[in-house]
Design a protein around this ligand. Sequence first.
Ligand SMILES: Nc1ncnc2c1ncn2[C@@H]1O[C@H](COP(=O)(O)OP(=O)(O)OP(=O)(O)O)[C@@H](O)[C@H]1O
Ligand SMILES: [Mg+2]
Length: 446
Amino acid sequence: MRFNLPFKYRKAIKKYLPGTLFGRFLMIIVTPVLLLQMITTIIFFDRHWRSMSNRLAQSTADEISMVIRQIETAESKMEVDRVINLSANTTGLLVSFDGERKFDNVAKKWWIPNIEQFLTEKLTEKIDNKIIIEELEKDKWFQVFVETELGVVKIIFYAKKLYTPTSYIFILWLFGSSFVLFAIAILFMRNQIKPIYNLARAAELFGKGIDCPEFKPSGAKEIRLASKSFINMQNRIKRQIEQRTEMLAGVSHDLRTPLTRMKLQLAILGDSPDIEDLKSDVNDMQVMIDAYLSFTRGDGDEIPKLVNMSDLLNKIVQDAKRNDYQIIADINADIELIIKKNALERAIVNLVSNAAKYADNIWLHTNISEENLEIYIEDDGKGIPEDKIEDVFKPFFRLEGSRNSKTGGVGLGLSISRDIIHIHGGDIKLSRSERSGLKVLVEIPA
Ligand SMILES: Nc1ncnc2c1ncn2[C@@H]1O[C@H](COP(=O)(O)OP(=O)(O)OP(=O)(O)O)[C@@H](O)[C@H]1O
Ligand SMILES: [Mg+2]
């Protein structure tokens, strides 16, 4: 049975997990090292530090208590001086009399074990006098006040008597080595992740119809395998598209010859109404085939390049105005995209000229969203009924109403536009405009 965490927890964990692969790799290395360090620090270092500190505190407490006992049991002032001199020379304890000290707040509580606490504990085990232990200068000097019958005795000594320097070296070694480990790990991981980025980028560009010939499989074996599979897939798709276009172009081209022959034969047959109908049908077919051929010949091998979208759209609007279209534009698309310029221009011109054909007024505006450049083309014509929205994208499909000479066309415009927009990894959506006609939204990934 598989164990699955409840969704709530999975979501919570995901929130705190690093999103990138690099972050996750780093976490996989950092977490165990940190855990190990924490455990080592707590178990080994704490025990080591405690026992060392205890021992040092014990020996210092022994020395202090010995000095105090000797002072207390001295029979003369001279003997006291002798003890003071001796302790300074042999144990490093600087002993003097300090009459000013008060012993009110002797009972102290420490939450974290520290050296003063160890020394206090050891000293109170040895002597019954009241004592105060203070750090005179941080990490340098300690002073201990002891109440005796002769007055308050002050003992100053080096902090080194209580500290062990190996603890610091241990910490330094622990953190220093893990720092080196992280630095090496980061360096190596960066290089491992780069090929994955390259693969993602090549796939993204291919999705937008841009070839990435400089992309080569690199990195670890699995990533190279994925890259090779991607390149194979890319080549297969490209070959398939090429074959399909070539075949259709071939068929269309071959149809032209019998069509021309039919036209000639019809011309010989005369002028009866039936023959006129047949002539018009043959003409329609000729127009369709020519339109299709000019499409397949057109944009297939255009090379994508960086284009300023505002410039492109402004040019389309200027051309539309020159054609006497009533167009109002609000273009705010200062963004440069890698596109097949002529193809995309053709796609948008198709949409604008549809609006001009089936309506009186055209509105064009843009918006840059998080992922896409959005181009809206709206008109005030009749629009397209909701149930026909998919159909109008089919090649040679035209709505009944548009089968008249004024709007004459073959019904390829929208299918060509959609094809081109899809090649760029984008999408086209039709809906009803608030201006009564059709609203076309073209999305191009930014
Ligand atoms: N803006 C529009 N308003 C209303 N109907 C439209 C609009 N645009 C397209 N249509 C409908 O969709 C059909 C398909 O459009 P499409 O552009 O593919 O072909 P077409 O304009 O008829 O011919 P052409 O190949 O010359 O463009 C049109 O015949 C028309 O009926
Ligand atoms: Mg059209």
